[in-house]
Design a protein around this ligand. Structure first.
Ligand code: CMP
Length: 139
């Protein structure tokens, strides 16, 4: 078993789809280890996506991620990072496979419902960004 970080993004939370996204993740076999509701400020959203700084979509991404509440969560499964990326589908919902979270619930490449860590190393960093060890009860 391993861990990864998902964030239900402001578009999905704001349109009342957070419960459906969570149910989809649970149905796919993930166990929720920690979860919270957060409202990111500019510094926090910018720091979380620092790896994308300088790219043409960076400012839009930061503004979007601070535009409303987000729901970060720590998920556990066998091979969690790869499994979650497969479960949520491609970044652009137009390219996402049928039945994936983004195909079902995302609006566009920018407003794409959910974030998922892209490696075990980044999962560890991203989990620490949102959750202290104390919050990760059961680990
Ligand atoms: P996410 O998985 O959260 O990681 C980085 C995010 O940048 C990505 O989802 C998209 O929401 C966003 N992103 C990537 N490419 C673009 C793009 N060309 N235009 C707007 N947003 C993008």
């Amino acid at each position: 078993m391993s861990l990864t970080l998902a964030i239900i993004k402001p578009d999905a939370v704001g349109s009342g789809k957070a419960g459906k996204v969570l149910a989809h993740l649970e149905g796919a076999g993930f166990t929720v280890h920690a979860m919270r509701l957060a409202r990111l400020n500019k510094a926090q959203a910018g720091a979380f996506y620092a790896v994308h700084e300088g790219r043409p979509f960076y400012e839009e991404l930061v503004e979007f991620m601070m535009s409303g509440p987000v729901i970060p969560m720590v998920l556990e499964a066998d091979n969690a990072v790869a499994k979650l990326r497969e479960t949520i589908g491609a970044t652009d919902p137009a390219e996402a496979a049928e039945g994936t979270v983004r195909k079902l619930y995302a609006e566009s490449k920018g407003r794409n419902a959910i974030h998922a860590s892209d490696s075990d190393e980044n999962a560890a960093l991203e989990i620490d960004f949102f959750f202290s060890n104390y919050d990760r009860l059961g680990l």
